[in-house]
Design a protein around this ligand. Structure first.
Ligand SMILES: [Zn+2]
Length: 288
């Protein structure tokens, strides 16, 4: 709407979080981190010339531009990206089973974002794998969880289709056992954005699934189940221990102190600082 733009008040400006230039708010882009989450920062086109930079419309580009930024906007307006017609979404062929598998996978990944609920005990053979999955889900956000669920669904479905007849017939519950366990036992969440199978080939993955399932069934923990809240506390303590003392394993080396601190609802950073001082560690961190 031209009228709206013409009425724009030049006093209504914001500053670029990086260079501090004052610019019309429509010409500053919100900065996302590499995981696609909003950082709360605003950036001018010179400081943040990313592929998805967008100022809405050509009229906005003509609006109260800081002279030093003018060449950047001119370049942008003439770029292929600005002039490219909207791409049609890709048409794909799939089937109902794949769609259901993608949905079930996405539910499992979304669940790791909940703050309540039990998690595996600390000594469980798949505790590290569980925490890697949680970290991956945090790192790559909702878009990553959806796209990877979709990408993995054919593989998961191909393994399910060659499971033993009686297991497919009700011995193993597909939603609540097979899909979440498959993610835990058979996939690697530490290789960047793409979640990759631990071994190649549906048959090997099926065998791995069975072996891991038996191993977990036979495992008797000496610890209580953990919780998402407790896992998160431990994770924050590990990060603080790495930052302050270059010693993340300070946390696993002192489980009793960590447990008491968690139960007393202590601040992770302060707890780690006090623990390190008590042990007379050498300080690497910001607390000096
Ligand atoms: Zn800037």
């Amino acid at each position: 709407m031209a009228g709206y733009l013409e009425k724009h008040d030049p006093a209504d400006r914001c500053t670029c979080s990086y260079c501090g230039i004052a610019e019309d708010i429509h010409l500053l882009d919100g900065v996302l981190d590499k995981r696609g989450n909003d950082t709360g920062k605003l950036a001018c086109i010179a400081c943040y010339p990313n592929d998805s930079w967008c100022c809405g419309s050509i009229k906005m580009v003509k609006l109260s531009i800081a002279p030093s930024l003018k060449p950047f906007y001119d370049q942008y307006v003439h770029s292929e990206q600005w002039n490219a017609p909207m791409k049609k979404p890709e048409t794909i062929t799939t089937n109902y089973l794949i769609i259901e598998t993608a949905m079930a996978t996405c539910c499992v990944l979304e669940d790791t974002m909940l703050l309540f609920g039990d998690t595996l005990p600390d000594d469980h053979p798949y505790k590290a794998a569980e925490q890697q999955m949680v970290q991956w889900c945090e790192d790559y956000g909702a878009a990553g969880r959806r796209s990877q669920s979709w990408a993995l669904a054919p593989l998961i479905e191909s393994v399910w289709s060659i499971m033993k007849e009686e297991d497919r017939d009700g011995m193993i519950c597909w939603d609540f056992e097979f899909v979440p366990q498959f993610l835990l036992y058979c996939l690697n969440f530490t290789e960047g954005e793409d979640i990759v199978p631990v071994v190649e080939g549906a048959e090997k993955l099926r065998d791995l699934y069975y072996t891991a399932r038996e191993r977990c069934k036979a495992f008797k923990s000496s610890k209580p189940a953990s919780t998402r809240q407790r896992d998160r506390f431990i994770q924050k303590c590990r990060e603080a221990a790495e930052e302050q003392w270059k010693y993340a394993d300070l946390i696993s080396d002192h489980p009793d102190a960590v447990q008491s601190a968690f139960e007393a609802n202590e601040d992770p950073e302060e707890f780690v600082k006090a623990l390190g001082e008590e042990l007379e560690l050498i300080d690497f961190g910001p607390w000096k």
